[in-house]
Design a protein around this ligand. Structure first.
Ligand code: TA6
Length: 305
C-alpha cells in the first residue's frame, strides 16, 4: 500500500477525530481540528490558519472565495504570516510582498490535546537555499497554534545566525464582519498612526473608534492595546489581544482596490476587515544571535453569535 505524506502526518501527529490531516483546497495539506470549543483549519503551506469557528458561533476569520491555494502563492484571508519583512521589501521591490514565510511549506513538529479540551499544534520553517537567496540569514521560525475558547497564534522567530537581525512582521489576520460600513474598532483612541494611502503618507492621531467609509490602510504604532471589532450586524464583538507587538495595522481595500486584486472577489470587501498584530516601520524588532522574539495574537468572540 502506498503511504502518502498525509498518512505519515496522521500516523505521527493525528489525534483521533480531534485533529486529522487531509488534502485541502488546491490539493494543499491541511490540519482539520474539531474539539469541544471550536473547529479550525490550518494549511501547512505558509503555516496558514485558514479558519476558526467557536462552537455555536459564526466563522471568525474571512477567506476569499477567489484565493489562490498553491505553492509559492499567498492565501487571501485567514492569518497570513508576514515575515521577515512587512509590506514591500525595503530595498528590492522584486522580492515578495510581506516576506517569504507565507509562501513556504512548513513542517508539523507537535500536536496534542490539552487538558482543557483545546488542541495545540506547532509548525516550523527553517532557512533554505530559497530563503537565503531572499534573506541571507540563518533562522528558525515556529508557529504555535492553540484552538480553544480563544484562538492563540504565536510566531517565534529565532536568530540562528552570528549577527543581529532586524525584522518587521505581522500576523495579518482577516476577520469576517457583517458590513464594513457598520463596524467600529475600539482600542486605538489617541494612538498615532500613518495613513499610508496619500502621497506622502499622512501622520495622524486616532480620535475615538475606527470607522470605515472607503479604502483604509492605517499603521498604528507604539501600541500594545487590545482591539475590539464591534459588529452590530453579526451582533458580536471580536477581541484581539496581542503580545510582543507594538504596531496594529487596520486594512480594508474597498471596491476599487478589491477589483484590482485577482484573488479578492469584487463584492467581498464589505464582509471583511484586517486587524493585524504586527511590528512594522519604527517598531521593527532586532534579534541578537541565539535570541528569539515572540509575536502573539489571541482572538476571542463576545456576544450572542
Ligand atoms: O494590510 C496592509 C497591507 O500592507 C495593505 O497595504 C495591502 O497591501 C495588504 O497588506 C495586502 O497585502 P498582500 O501582499 O497580501 O496583497
Amino acid at each position: 500500500m502506498v503511504t502518502t505524506e498525509i498518512d505519515r502526518l496522521n500516523e505521527q501527529f493525528g489525534c483521533g477525530q480531534e485533529l486529522i490531516f487531509r488534502e485541502g483546497p488546491g490539493g494543499l495539506t491541511v490540519a482539520e481540528i474539531a474539539n469541544v470549543h471550536a473547529t479550525a483549519t490550518i494549511a501547512l503551506h505558509g503555516g496558514h490558519v485558514l479558519a476558526y469557528q467557536p462552537t455555536g458561533r459564526k466563522p471568525v476569520l474571512w477567506l476569499s472565495r477567489c484565493s489562490s491555494f498553491e505553492p509559492g502563492k499567498a492565501i487571501r484571508g485567514g492569518i497570513p504570516v508576514c515575515w521577515p519583512w512587512f509590506g514591500a521589501h525595503p530595498q528590492d521591490s522584486a522580492k515578495p510582498s510581506h516576506g517569504f514565510a507565507r509562501l513556504r511549506a512548513w513542517e508539523v513538529t507537535r500536536a496534542c490535546s490539552a487538558d482543557d479540551g483545546a488542541t495545540e499544534i506547532d509548525l516550523q520553517l527553517a532557512d533554505s537555499d530559497v530563503t537565503r537567496a531572499l534573506w541571507s540569514y540563518a533562522f528558525g521560525l515556529k508557529l504555535r497554534v492553540r484552538i480553544g475558547p480563544e484562538l492563540r497564534v504565536e510566531l517565534v522567530a529565532q536568530n540562528s545566525d552570528t549577527s543581529d537581525v532586524r525584522c518587521t512582521a505581522a500576523l495579518h489576520s482577516y476577520f469576517s464582519v457583517g458590513d464594513i460600513a457598520e463596524i467600529a474598532i475600539h482600542g486605538l483612541d489617541g494612538c498615532d498612526y500613518i495613513d499610508t494611502l496619500p502621497r506622502p503618507p499622512a501622520h495622524c492621531t486616532q480620535a475615538g473608534a475606527v470607522r470605515f467609509a472607503g479604502e483604509t490602510d492605517y499603521v498604528y504604532q507604539r501600541t500594545s492595546a487590545d482591539c475590539i471589532i464591534d459588529d452590530p450586524v453579526l451582533g458580536r464583538r471580536i477581541r484581539i489581544r496581542k503580545r510582543g507587538s507594538r504596531s496594529t495595522v487596520v486594512w480594508n481595500p474597498w471596491a476599487a482596490k478589491a477589483e484590482r486584486m485577482p484573488d479578492f472577489g469584487d463584492d467581498e470587501y464589505p464582509g471583511m476587515v484586517c486587524v493585524e498584530t504586527a511590528n512594522v516601520r519604527e517598531d521593527a524588532v532586532t534579534i541578537a544571535p541565539g535570541g528569539e522574539h515572540v509575536l502573539a495574537t489571541e482572538i476571542s468572540v463576545e456576544g450572542d453569535q
